[in-house]
Design a protein around this ligand. Structure first.
Ligand code: NAD
Length: 258
């Protein structure tokens, strides 16, 4: 049983589809409840088992409800993928408080909220621990290497890596593995598509071709690449891996967004 936050589209939906294709029951959360419902429908049409729950990871009450939904629908929770995230790029000298708060709240505080809520289902009496449970946090290369006009997102994702490393140590005795995936440029997503009208999500349109031309491995990453990494970190194949950050960027560690 897996909970994927922000799983209604993009990388999150790809992760949910991959886990479901391997027989995992998935609960898809999204802030947009309709998007979550459509995603769960899509997985069920493909033969998977999926439920959905709306709500924002920034709200501790909602994060309790999404963990509760996993317990109620499928009787427990083994895997949590903290995927919900967004960007709102601006230069530091003119970044409004709300822009800083928005990104830190969703990416970092959201990860904290959901991990804290999930603790009651993931943590067990040591006598009842029969297999490892998994937390996979979706960070970003910007949390490691930084990027201009990006201090809010870079700081939040660096924070996600901090949560990952500390929680891995805190929950190791419980056989709960906590790891992160740090993707670079992932094509076919809103965050790596052209910047939206509100100037929040996305990359400056003129940068997109330049980024793709620079990727040493010769192709962009896709949501399925991230899903494959999450599938490994959610499986028993990775029981001896914890507190790690798997960078996925085809060799392009720094992405110029503006
Ligand atoms: N796309 C990339 O190139 C890229 C690169 C590195 C890291 N990432 C990370 O991957 C994750 C997914 O990104 P994506 O490109 O698929 O984005 P996306 O915008 O396509 O999907 C993110 C989903 O999260 C949901 N969401 C946003 N705020 C939420 C909240 N408060 N509570 C619950 N759901 C919320 C959105 O409604 C959306 O459906 C994010 O954490 C992002 O930072 C993406």
């Amino acid at each position: 049983m897996a909970l994927i936050t922000g799983g209604g589209r993009g990388i999150g939906l790809s992760i949910a589809s991959r886990l479901a294709s391997e027989g995992c029951k998935v609960v898809i959360n999204d802030r947009d409840a309709d998007v979550a419902r459509r995603a769960a429908d899509e997985i069920r049409r493909s033969g998977g088992t999926a439920g959905d729950v709306g709500g924002s990871v920034t709200d501790p009450t909602d994060s309790e409800a999404m963990v509760g939904a996993a317990g109620e629908l499928f009787g427990g929770l083994d895997i949590v993928v903290n995927n919900a995230g967004l960007t709102a790029d601006d230069w530091l000298h003119r970044m409004p408080d709300e822009t800083w708060d928005l990104v830190v709240d969703v990416c970092l505080t959201g990860t904290f909220n959901v991990c804290r809520s999930a603790a009651r289902l993931l943590r067990k009496d040591p006598r009842e621990i029969r297999y490892h449970r998994k937390v996979v946090n979706i960070a970003s290369i910007q949390g490691i290497y930084g990027a201009p006009a990006n201090v809010n997102y870079s700081a939040a994702k660096a924070g996600v890596i901090g949560v990952t490393k500390s929680l891995a140590r805190e929950w190791a005795g419980q056989k709960i593995n906590v790891n992160a995936v740090a993707p670079g440029y992932i094509k076919g997503t809103r965050l790596s598509g052209p910047r939206d009208d509100a100037g929040r999500l996305g990359i400056a349109p003129e940068m997109i071709t330049k980024i793709e031309e620079q990727i040493p491995i010769g192709r962009p990453g896709f949501p399925e690449d991230v899903a494959a990494a999450v599938a490994f970190l959610s499986s028993s194949e990775s029981d001896y891996v914890t507190g790690q950050v798997l960078e996925m960027h085809g060799g392009l560690e720094f992405v110029q967004l503006v």
